[in-house]
Write a protein that binds this ligand. Structure first.
Ligand code: F6R
Length: 608
């Protein structure tokens, strides 16, 4: 969602804040702002609608030498993207940036209006700023005012603020929205995401929910909401500069698609053993007896993470006899009545580890006493901290808003968990061994699609970029890939794309086929080949503009065929998926879109 940065130290704050915001821009990019303050309490506030580049332009003519400041890049929730609604907000003595949603902001606004506060923006964040300013008038310290205000708000927040009365202190606080503090000699860096800290320091403190931090040049002191001092735990940040740079690629999206062989190898590394045909995941915190008892796996996530769970579920039910896997959309699950059968393990899947709906499901399941494991990428994220154990997917920073490398590795990680369960149950079926072998082969197979198919897909993309609608269809294990393929296309190209189970075509969607549509059909040369081919024939008969992604050598009747050579049989969908990732990328490029930061979206959805 929104990105927060802050700095207090000896250096000039403006360039630090601006470069931090650039790195966080993938979290929200409809407006941005910074405020710095000098030792005489003169604040310089700069805000701009649009991307951080707009703000940088303003900063060129408003340079300051101030060494204290906070900044924000916004993904609008309350109020349109505009300069007026951009952060930092300024009310009375207080400048504040906020990530999250204050749910009771209307009530608070009403109360503050009675005390003569006038609001300039439509945001809930300005109300929080005013509330702190209001309480500060009668408080002994800013810390006390912040604590008082946070006790009154309902909702989620990551905040950073300062008062003009004390230009040597920044206060931060979190509840449900991440904040990380980097500490170094004589300076403190604040960010909502570790990528803004890389290159400044590798000594970091992750704030916990309910904590407030008072940052000065001497360091940070943490407090709980009652302003009782709390011990901070300093950790080492494992993220390097390379991981957050494009490294010669035009876009992060393309870089991350191409990174998949490498990122997948790190997901698998030390976890699969071909000699013993076994899998070992270190962080599950489950005994073999507990694994043996598992009868149900609930996989919970949003968007691509949900599809990853669905995909892996199809695999797991192939190599287990008595394990049922159900995939759940977190935003649905959290509000509906649902039953959790005995012997269930919940897998909480999230690249960022911060997705609000996914986190809410985790909290509800834990409340019900269900064993919850994380399948998370971001080390130290909220979900990673709150689960009972889990698997880090280790794909490195995923900067592009559209998720690619995380998907592939999430599927691999969940499948490995299924293999651990199957192993514990004593299964040694042919499928189980084939899965382990294929997982090992998968990075190389992805490499080969990237080498051999990119040119052809790029050409096709130019031809199909003119369409406004697309249908993606697949059967069995290709169905989740059809859903994920369609999601990728719609996100980055803005073509309306829907994924369907190929067998469903006749039950409705086939009515859509006309010259405004193209179709992507996943045609795997396996036991369902004939069935999938019939669906293709049905579509062709209605004038489809079909692109078939297939591993067959047989003749395929379609407008375009992408032949993906692979040694795989079971994990083939993951290789086909790379072809559809490339298709989405090149179509979006052909349409002139901003592929890394598609409109209306943001990475890491920390609000509902
Ligand atoms: C799609 C995409 C989103 C995320 C979803 C969950 O390309 O990126 O659908 O997959 O917002 O995010 P995480 O995995 O961070 O919980």
């Amino acid at each position: 969602m929104c990105g927060i940065v802050g700095y207090i130290g000896q250096k000039e704050a403006q360039p630090i804040l601006l470069s931090g915001l650039k790195r966080l821009e993938y979290r929200g990019y409809d407006s941005a702002g910074i405020v710095t303050i000098d030792e005489k309490s003169k604040a310089t506030l700069l805000r701009a609608k649009g991307k951080v580049a707009e703000l940088e332009g303003k900063a060129l003519t408003h340079t300051t030498k101030d060494s204290v400041g906070i900044g924000h890049t916004r993904w609008a929730t309350h109020g349109e993207p505009s300069k007026r609604n951009a952060h930092p907000h300024h009310v009375g003595d207080i400048y504040l940036v906020h990530n999250g949603i204050i749910e009771n902001y209307q009530d608070l606004k009403h109360m503050l209006t009675k005390h003569d506060y006038i609001f300039k923006s439509d945001t809930d964040s300005e109300v929080l700023t005013a509330l702190i300013d209001f309480l500060y008038k009668d408080a002994d310290s800013l810390l006390e005012a912040v604590s008082g205000a946070l006790k009154m708000v309902v909702g989620a927040y990551g905040i950073a603020l300062f008062s003009v009365q004390n230009p040597d202190e920044i206060i931060i606080a979190r509840k449900g929205s991440p904040l990380i503090v980097g500490v170094a000699e004589g300076e403190v860096f604040i960010a909502s995401d570790a990528s803004a800290l890389v290159g400044h320091t590798d000594q970091v403190i992750y704030l916990h929910d309910g904590e407030i931090g008072v940052c000065t040049r001497e360091g940070i002191q943490l407090y709980d909401i009652e302003t009782q001092a709390v011990e901070a735990e300093v950790e080492k940040l494992e993220l390097d500069l390379q991981a957050i740079q494009k490294e010669g690629f035009d876009h992060f999206l393309l870089k991350e698609i191409y990174e998949q062989p490498k990122s997948l190898r790190s997901t698998l590394s030390g976890r699969i053993n071909l000699k013993t045909n076994s899998v070992k995941l270190g962080g599950l915190n489950m005994t073999d007896d507990e694994l043996r008892e598992v009868r149900n796996i609930m996989v919970i996530g949003c968007g691509t993470a949900f599809y990853a769970g669905m995909m892996a579920g199809y695999f797991i039910e192939q190599f287990t006899d008595d394990v049922a896997v159900r995939s759940e959309i977190a935003s649905e699950l959290r509000y509906r009545s649902f039953h959790v059968p005995d012997n269930t393990v919940a897998l909480i899947v999230s690249q960022s580890g911060e997705t609000a709906d996914t986190l809410a499901c985790l909290q509800e399941l834990k409340r019900r006493g269900v064993k919850c494991l994380g399948v998370v990428n971001a080390v130290g994220s909220t979900i990673a901290r709150e689960v009972d154990g889990g698997v880090y997917v280790h794909v490195g920073a995923e900067i592009s808003v559209a998720s690619t490398k995380a998907f592939t590795s999430q599927v691999a990680a969940i499948t490995m968990f299924g293999l651990m369960v199957a192993q514990a149950k004593g299964a040694s079926s042919k499928e189980l061994n084939t899965y382990i072998k294929e997982l090992d082969l998968l990075p190389g197979e992805i490499e080969s699609v990237l080498e051999n198919s990119t040119g052809e897909i790029k050409k096709l993309a130019k031809k199909y970029a003119k369409y406004e609608h697309a249908l993606y269809v697949g059967r069995d294990t290709q169905y989740p890939i059809a859903l994920e393929g369609a999601l990728k296309l719609k996100e980055v190209s803005y073509i309306q794309a829907e994924g369907y189970a190929a067998g469903e075509l006749k039950h409705g969607p086939i009515a859509l086929i006309d010259d405004r549509f193209f179709e992507v059909c996943y045609l795997q040369d396996n036991w369902l080949y004939e069935k999938s081919q019939s669906n293709l024939i049905e579509m062709n008969a209605r004038g489809a503009h079909a692109i078939v992604i297939t591993d067959t050598d047989k003749r395929v009747a379609a407008e375009a065929v992408v032949r993906v050579k692979t040694k795989l049989e079971l994990l083939t969908p993951l290789v086909f998926n790379v072809a559809s990732q490339l298709l989405a990328y090149y179509i979006a490029i052909a349409r002139g879109n901003d592929v890394d930061q598609p409109r209306n979206l943001a990475k890491s959805v920390t609000v509902e």
